[in-house]
Design a protein around this ligand. Structure first.
Ligand code: WQD
Length: 351
């Protein structure tokens, strides 16, 4: 049974990927310092899979502590690296914190990949590397443009670091560029737990709908799109998770002839902010209290994926519709509303 190290396993996409890996026969361990997550989410993973997942509460920016994990687990076949700070707005306010955290952790991991000869490395990247594309949908060969935030730069720089590493390493790497991951596992045992006021659209919608936020703001409706609001490619988090399992299998089966390969993980459908709100109102059966506000600095106007490479090479089949994404997100919000301990995590003061 191949053992996979998942960094950020207590996080949103990390926890969903732990579930998918276990359900597909992999042995998994997590490393997560819980600076932006709670180990409580692993209870949900255990409820779904029936397996207790070991989490190493380690800061990957500490090389010695990271190295010790590999000394204890010399049989790691692959690594999926999620652990990173990911709030666009926060990265603008705290650029050095973002470059240090997101790049130091990556460099320490790659040194361990080299030292312990870990065969496969999968990196959590983002469509943010495309910046504001001139042509949509974007393919993996669409040239990256200057990032719109320090967060985006850490993803672009992370890809470059891994590319150069892969050229001189025996390990094979995959870069997965997520579009907008939303929704919750259909069991509603795990989901997104944004800390503090949510920056992302769908948690802002569900927290407004449940009354945790008084009102949400649509950041601009004067863009050159079909209804004036920004256009995005929403993709269910469980579909994203399964693409990670497929990527590892693709590498293990020797199907990649590249040192480093890129895949877009998007639905291939463009949906505007206002269309997402309409879809939520239909799914939830309630009107959403929102207002139109000024544009948000750094926002990409319109982007969605050409996902044919992942569909063809990985055999990736998208299971969930936009309605499924919004329905599971709403059901998850309703569930955590009933469990104060989850909100304690969300209201944690960020230092
Ligand atoms: C989507 C749209 C907002 C909140 C970023 C990162 C990406 C990934 C996801 C980590 C935009 C609008 C939002 C609100 C709004 N990060 N919006 N009111 O910026 O597309 O992507 O987060 O994995 O890498 O770049 O996602 O959900 O923040 O915004 O109108 O209260 O919703 O202006 O147009 P984004 P988002």
């Amino acid at each position: 049974m191949s053992k996979i190290l998942v960094t950020g396993g207590c996080g949103y996409i990390g926890s969903h990927t732990l579930v998918d890996l276990v359900e597909n026969g992999f042995e998994v361990i997590s490393v997560d310092n819980n600076s932006r997550s709670t180990p409580r989410i692993l209870e949900g993973v255990e409820k779904i899979t029936g397996q207790k997942i070991k989490n190493y509460k380690v800061d990957l920016c500490n090389y010695d502590d990271t190295f010790a994990i590999f000394q204890e687990n010399t049989d790691i076949t692959g690594i999926i690296h999620f652990a990173a700070f990911k709030a666009v707005g926060e990265s603008v306010a705290h650029p050095v914190m973002y470059f240090e955290n997101n790049l130091m952790s990556l460099l320490n991991l790659l040194k361990c990949v080299q030292e312990f000869k870990v065969p496969y490395f999968v990196f959590s990247s983002s469509c943010t590397v495309y910046g504001n594309p001139d042509v949509i949908p974007v393919t993996e060969s669409t040239p990256p443009k200057p990032a719109e935030s320090p967060y985006g730069y850490t993803k672009q720089m992370g890809e470059q670091i891994i590319n150069e590493f892969a050229k001189v390493s025996d390990s094979q790497c995959v870069l997965l560029r997520y579009f907008n991951p939303v929704g919750a596992h259909p069991s509603i045992q795990i989901g997104e737990l944004p800390i503090g006021r949510p920056a992302n659209l769908v948690p802002a919608i569900t927290q407004t709908a449940i009354g945790k936020l008084p009102q949400m703001t649509v950041f601009g409706n004067d863009y050159d799109t079909r209804d004036g609001s920004c256009l995005r490619d929403f993709i269910h988090v469980s579909d994203i998770a399964h693409a990670h399992t497929l990527s590892l299998q693709y590498l293990i089966d020797g199907k990649s002839d590249k040192a480093c390969e890129v895949f877009n993980l998007g639905s291939g459908n463009g949906v505007t902010v206002l269309e997402a709100i309409r879809a939520f109102e239909k799914v939830s059966g309630q009107a959403l209290n929102y207002t139109i506000g000024p544009r948000r600095p750094g926002d990409v106007i319109a982007i969605y994926a050409n996902n044919e490479h992942a569909v063809k090479e990985l055999g990736w089949e998208i299971k969930y519709s936009l309605e499924d994404m919004l329905d599971t997100a709403w059901k998850w919000e309703t569930r955590i509303r009933e469990d104060e301990s989850f909100y304690l995590v969300q209201n944690a003061n960020l230092n």
